[in-house]
Design a protein around this ligand. Structure first.
Ligand code: UT7
Length: 334
């Protein structure tokens, strides 16, 4: 790849999780399931659930404030805010605009990005383009979800899987050779029915009938998504590496989307990565869609697991269908 004039990388990270914990044992009292089934089939032990009066923007703002502090950046310095989410506060205005206002990011452009669980890697890639061209100096990319508000608590196929949370990163210029080295973004709309909220927009506006039929909640064909995910998670990282002519052995850390521990293990095997080099927090938080990758990244960074120069591969997939990977050389000092 040709050398870039300006390198875009992560200047700071942050995350936030709602206080309420819902354990597998708690779920046993709600649907016909067991801690054993959920643990063995998914790797999830518990997940966080937002309070009734807590919206996606409430989680996002806490993650954003932590990321800004970590990056020693003031809200006024932010040129662009991207919120990757499928559970925005409202269809309009965008959650990104709410964050812009609440942070006092007076100079920032702001928009929401819809790429489901691949949303943070999509958002990071979009933000990096603005930094690399010199159009913007600093961007805030957030992945935030309150999926609990779209769960059918009578459907054991889905209700055990999801949780709420938010993660954020401040993106800006980093040293030569560091930051976002390459990316791979993709989509396959033909698989769109596999994960959907059927009654949520102009195709089938929410109505009493659609609510009665639970069509305003998440519907998923888990098996189809599973088959897609095990292939795409490793393949997208391989495509990002090919652009750099970099062998997979160079990856120090894999930060995958946290949908199912078996999918994560399969991706790790395909990339020949030992599991102690894979950032996993699915047991604590479940699948938080766009929030999974930035929370895993921010938590690992806060635990000082990454060192300057480490090669980190982000890999996500989700509704759409979408997928995305980013190869990053970590630029923050230990
Ligand atoms: O962010 C991206 C979105 N989603 C994903 O990535 C999800 C990808 N898919 C998966 O993770 C897995 O397919 C699931 C975890 C959703 C399901 O695991 P599975 O191994 O594919 O199970 P299955 O759907 O084949 O179901 C096996 C059995 C069924 O019973 P029968 O038909 O064999 O009698 C299900 O009814 O397990 C049953 N089952 C459950 N049993 C207890 C399904 N959900 C549950 C449950 N508790 N919660």
């Amino acid at each position: 790849m040709t050398a870039k004039k300006i390198n875009a990388g992560i200047l700071g990270t942050g995350y936030y999780l709602p206080e309420k914990i819902l354990s597998n044992n708690d779920l046993e009292t709600i649907v016909d399931t067991s801690d054993e089934w959920i643990t063995e089939r998914t790797g999830i032990k518990e997940r966080r659930i937002a309070a009734d009066d807590e919206a996606t923007s409430d989680l996002a703002i806490r993650a954003a404030e932590m990321a800004l502090k970590d990056a020693k950046t003031s809200p006024e310095e932010i040129d662009l805010i991207i919120v990757a989410t499928l559970t925005s506060d409202r269809i309009i205005p965008s959650t990104a605009c709410m964050i812009q206002n609440r942070l006092g990011a007076s100079r920032a452009a702001a928009f929401d990005l819809s790429a489901a669980c691949a949303g943070f890697a999509y958002g990071l890639t979009v933000a990096a383009q603005f930094i690399e061209t010199g159009a913007y100096k600093k961007a805030l990319v957030i992945g935030a979800e309150t999926l609990s508000k779209y769960i059918n608590w009578e459907d054991r196929n889905t209700c055990v899987l999801f949780g709420d949370g938010a993660g954020a990163a401040v993106i800006g210029q980093v040293e030569d050779g560091f930051g976002l080295l390459s990316f791979d973004l993709g989509s396959d709309g033909a698989g769109g029915d596999a994960i959907q909220i059927p009654s949520s927009g102009s195709l089938m506006p929410v109505s009493k009938e659609s609510i009665d039929q639970r069509l305003n909640l998440i519907h998923m064909n888990g098996k189809d998504v599973f088959k897609f995910a095990v292939k795409v998670m490793g393949n997208t990282v391989k495509r990002s590496l090919e652009k750099l002519d970099m062998p997979k052995e160079k990856i120090d850390w894999l930060v995958p989307h946290q949908a199912n521990i078996r999918i994560i293990q399969s991706a790790a095997r395909r990339l020949a990565m030992p599991m102690d080099k894979v950032v996993v927090n699915i047991q604590k938080y479940g699948n938080m869609s766009a929030a999974c990758i930035p929370i895993a990244l921010a938590e690992a960074a806060a635990e000082k697991r990454f060192h300057k120069g480490d090669i980190i591969a982000l890999s996500g997939f989700g509704a759409g269908l979408t997928w995305a990977s980013c190869i990053i050389r970590w630029s923050k000092e230990d």
